[in-house]
Design a protein around this ligand. Structure first.
Ligand code: ATP
Ligand code: LTN
Length: 325
C-alpha cells in the first residue's frame, strides 16, 4: 500500500478551511493508503504558545481528527513531539537546506511580517516539515494550496539528499484538491480562512450554530445580486458557493442554477444549512471523545507505531551521513 502523511498544527481552533481543504481528504484516503496523521506540535512552537494551552490544543486537535472520521484502526494518529525522530531528522535536513530557498517560502514571509520578533524556528520550519514527510517514505501528501510550496521544497531536499548520499528517501507528491484547496475568509474574501486570525471571517469547526449563522449572514458579497461562480470578480459569492457545494455534495454549477434569480439571502441560508449538516455531527462526536479517556490510549498506540515506522529511515540517514559510529 502507498503511504500518506499529513499534519495539522495545534495552533488555534480548526476552521472549515482546514476541514474542506485537508482533513476531509485524510478521511477519504484511509481505505486506499497506509496513513500517518500527526498533530504537529513542534511546528506550533514557531510562534509563541502558552504551555497549558498548547497541551490542551494538541488533545483537542487529536479529538477533532477522530471526530471528522480518522479511524485509529486504519490510520496511525500521533503527536509529533512523542516521536523524537522528527526533531532529529529535522536537524539533519536543516543542514541540507539553503537559506535562499527557505527565505523564498511565502508562509514564512507572511508570518514573519505578523510577528514582533521572528524565531529561527519559523525560518527553518520547512526542513522540519520535510523530515515529517520523508521519515515515513511517504508517497502522497494531502494538503491545502498554501502548503504546496513546502511539499515542493520537500521534494527538492529529498532529491538533493539522494543525489549526494544514495537513494534513501522516496520523493513524495503533493495532493491538492481541485476544489476547496483555498477556502477564503468570509469577511475578507481575498485572504485565506485561517485558524490563527480570530476574525468573524473564519468558521471554526467548534463554533456554536448561532455563531456560524452570524458569520455567514455577515459574509461579504458584492452589489451585483447575481449568484455566479467568478472568484476573480466575485470572491465572496464564489467562496460561499464552494463551501456550500463541498458541504452539501452538489456541484457549483447545480447551485448557480438553483439560486438563479434569488438574492444572496437564499444563498447564505442554503450555505448555513449545508455547513451545519456537516459540523453538528462532528461536534457531537468531539464532545463524546473529550469526555472520555480513550484518546490518550489511541495517541500512545499511535506514537508507538509511528516510532517503529520512522526508525529504519532515520537509521539509514545516519549511516549514509557518517553518524553511525
Ligand atoms: P495557521 O493559520 O495557524 O497558520 P493553518 O490552518 O494554515 O494554520 P494547519 O493547521 O497546519 O495551518 O493546516 C492544516 C491543513 O489545512 C494544511 O494542509 C493546510 O493547507 C490546510 N488549510 C489551512 N487553511 C486552509 C484554507 N483556508 N483552505 C483550504 N485548506 C486550508
Ligand atoms: N506546514 C503545515 C503543517 C505541516 C504539515 C507537515 C503538512 C507540518 N508538517 C507535513 C503536511 C505534511 C501547515 O502549516 N499547514
Amino acid at each position: 500500500m502507498k503511504r500518506v502523511f499529513s499534519g495539522v498544527k495545534p495552533s488555534g481552533n480548526l476552521t472549515l478551511g482546514n476541514y474542506l481543504g485537508a482533513m476531509r481528504h485524510f478521511v477519504a484516503m484511509q481505505d486506499d493508503y497506509e496513513c500517518f496523521y500527526s498533530v504537529v506540535d513542534l511546528h506550533a512552537l514557531t510562534v509563541p504558545q502558552e504551555p497549558e494551552e498548547l497541551r490542551q490544543q494538541a488533545i483537542s486537535l487529536a479529538a477533532l481528527y477522530l471526530a471528522v472520521g480518522i479511524d485509529p484502526k486504519k490510520s496511525t494518529l500521533f503527536i509529533q513531539s512523542q516521536v523524537p525522530a522528527h526533531a532529529e531528522l529535522g536537524w539533519l535536513l536543516q543542514c541540507m537546506s539553503y537559506m535562499g530557498e527557505l527565505g523564498r517560502m511565502t508562509q514564512y514571509k507572511d508570518k514573519a511580517r505578523e510577528q514582533e520578533s521572528v524565531t529561527v524556528g519559523l525560518f527553518t520550519y520547512p526542513a522540519l516539515m520535510a523530515a515529517d514527510i520523508l521519515l515515513y517514505q511517504t508517497d502522497v501528501v494531502p494538503v491545502g494550496e498554501d502548503q504546496k510550496q513546502h511539499v515542493e521544497l520537500t521534494r527538492d531536499i529529498a532529491i538533493r539528499f539522494n543525489n549526494r548520499f544514495g537513494e534513501v528517501f522516496k520523493v513524495p507528491e503533493p495532493l491538492i484538491p481541485s476544489i476547496g484547496a483555498r477556502i477564503m475568509s468570509l469577511s475578507e474574501p481575498h485572504k485565506k480562512m485561517s485558524k490563527s486570525s480570530n476574525s468573524m471571517g473564519d468558521i471554526h469547526l467548534l463554533d456554536e450554530p448561532n455563531v456560524i449563522k452570524k458569520k455567514i449572514n455577515r459574509a461579504v458579497t458584492d452589489s451585483e445580486a447575481v449568484v455566479r461562480y467568478d472568484p476573480e470578480n466575485k470572491p465572496g459569492v464564489s467562496n460561499l458557493l464552494v463551501i456550500h457545494a463541498l458541504c452539501s455534495g452538489e456541484s457549483v454549477a447545480a447551485l448557480e442554477e438553483r439560486y438563479q434569480g434569488q438574492g444572496y439571502g437564499a444563498l447564505k441560508k442554503g450555505t448555513l444549512e449545508a455547513v451545519l449538516a456537516v459540523l453538528e455531527p462532528i461536534q457531537a462526536r468531539y464532545r463524546q471523545l473529550m469526555a472520555s479517556d480513550e484518546i490518550y490510549d489511541i495517541l500512545a498506540a499511535g506514537a508507538a507505531k509511528a516510532r517503529e515506522a520512522a526508525a529504519p529511515t532515520l537509521k539509514r540517514v545516519k549511516e549514509v551521513m557518517g553518524l553511525n559510529l
